[in-house]
Design a protein around this ligand. Structure first.
Ligand SMILES: [Zn+2]
Length: 439
């Protein structure tokens, strides 16, 4: 399939010119020309006049299985939120509810301009999650959460070490590099408190052998940090380095409470971090020092985390908050809008080792492209200022992933919004009843 995105203002988000007036030609899965292009015969032409054309957002930390829990886990701090709401709800998921939740999440991220995700799943039904991700057309690294220990973990979520590793192995066999690499498998040990040292060390070895990413949470809030220190005798990030989980293939969500030795340890091994500002504020966890992490040389991506602690999955909103929070600590020159948008695109792709494939509009990269209607952004300022601070997600008009048009004129082409929402509404009361939580 050939698509010509014609006559827009292109924001390539690479080290070249920041704006290019012209066209973008897509053939098959790839961008084949940027600039002035003659429409090839038979091309599907998207008129982008009055629009900004940019790489799709990359969200490097999501829990699609939690989308349906939105509003059921309010006003709690991290460990209570997990133990009294999120874990019981995850334990109660059946195939129908997990599919409904994943589809609802995918619909939200796609229509708000995200084209690549890193998702954690839960400890069961990984095939159902993978099938829905594959069918949606989005680019994803995904994994099934791993939990072989932990206080307050429901019996249904708790696995033996062997079963946890076997489940990942089976999912890798079936899904890793699916659809020419659009899907890849990332090991997902939930966090240090829910994984034995044996599990962490074994998955590290396996992830190294198979070149898989490792996706986990760490240094999210003060109580969790203290519990990890008590259990391991190490600061959490230092412990993750010691067991091997933190490496150049690691994507660590949150990194709010890090001491300078931990920042150095993560920098030395080349681990990446996901900044989740809405989630960190809503759970009252704190604010990660993104400017300090970037200055130390750590790659930082952004993520909405999950609808149960956000309650939106809007990547542009996370970038806006990231910019505002950075100013609170470092003043108004902390970080510009272009750098924020770069964090949400290219740097997220780099965290996922996908920067050769996506994250910028360059010839030979996979075509992961978003067209924004400039009329719907707050006016004034250069395009990146308007997009980051002026409501980027509400201007999303067309979304292309891997050369496939997934959203056209604001309308999702593979997911039917009415059906997805009705399905979620239908399965939610049954799920809440199984979990013993009032919906
Ligand atoms: Zn999370």
């Amino acid at each position: 399939m050939t698509i010509l995105v014609r006559g827009g203002t292109l924001l390539p988000m690479d080290p070249g010119p920041r704006e290019v007036r012209g066209d973008l030609l897509i053939s098959g899965r790839q961008i084949v020309a940027v600039g002035k292009v003659q429409a090839p015969p038979g091309a599907d032409v998207i008129d982008a006049s009055g629009c900004y054309v940019m790489p799709g957002l990359v969200q490097t930390h999501l829990h699609l299985v939690q989308t349906i829990f939105r509003g059921l886990a309010e006003d709690l701090s991290l460990l209570d939120w997990l133990r009294t709401r999120v874990w019981p709800l995850e334990a109660a998921h059946d195939e129908a509810s997990i599919r409904a939740s994943v589809r609802l999440g995918l619909l939200e991220v796609l229509v708000t301009g995200t084209t690549t995700i890193l998702d954690m799943g839960t400890t069961h039904l990984g095939d159902a999650v993978a099938e829905e991700i594959a069918a949606s057309g989005i680019r994803a690294h995904f994994g099934q959460a791993m939990m072989d220990t932990g206080e307050g973990v429901p019996r249904k979520l708790l696995e033996t070490t062997r079963a946890s590793l076997d489940a990942s192995a089976a999912l890798i066999k079936k899904w890793h590099r699916h659809d020419a690499g659009r899907l890849q498998y990332a090991y997902a040990p939930r966090f240090a408190l829910s994984c034995t040292r044996e599990l962490l060390e074994t998955l590290t070895t396996l992830s190294r052998m198979g070149s898989h990413l490792v996706h986990t949470h760490t240094n999210e809030n003060a109580s969790e940090r203290a519990l990890v220190e008590k259990a391991t005798g190490r600061a959490p990030a230092v412990y993750l380095v010691e067991v091997g989980v933190a490496s150049d293939r690691a994507v660590l969500a949150h990194a709010v409470h890090l001491d300078p030795a931990e920042v150095k340890a993560l920098r030395d091994v080349g681990a990446s971090v996901t900044h989740c500002p809405s989630s960190n504020l809503k759970l009252g966890s704190g604010v990660a020092d993104v400017i300090g992490l970037r200055a130390a040389g750590i790659t930082v991506g952004i993520g909405a985390d999950g609808a149960a602690c956000n309650n939106r999955l809007d990547g542009f909103e996370e970038l806006r908050l990231a910019g505002l929070l950075a100013r609170m600590r470092h003043g108004p020159t902390a970080i510009g809008a272009w750098d924020l948008l770069r964090m949400g695109t290219f740097e997220g792709a780099k965290a996922l080792h996908l920067d050769q494939q996506t994250g910028s509009l360059s010839v030979d990269k996979r075509a992961d492209v978003v067209v924004l209607d400039a009329e719907r952004l707050a006016p004034g300022g250069d395009p990146t200022v308007r997009i980051v601070y002026g409501g980027g997600s509400r201007a999303v008009r067309d979304v292309i992933v891997d050369g496939q048009l997934l959203v056209r004129a604001g309308r999702p082409l593979r997911l039917d919004p009415a059906e997805v929402r009705a399905n979620a509404a239908e399965t939610l009361p049954l799920l809440a009843t199984r979990a013993g939580i009032a919906s």
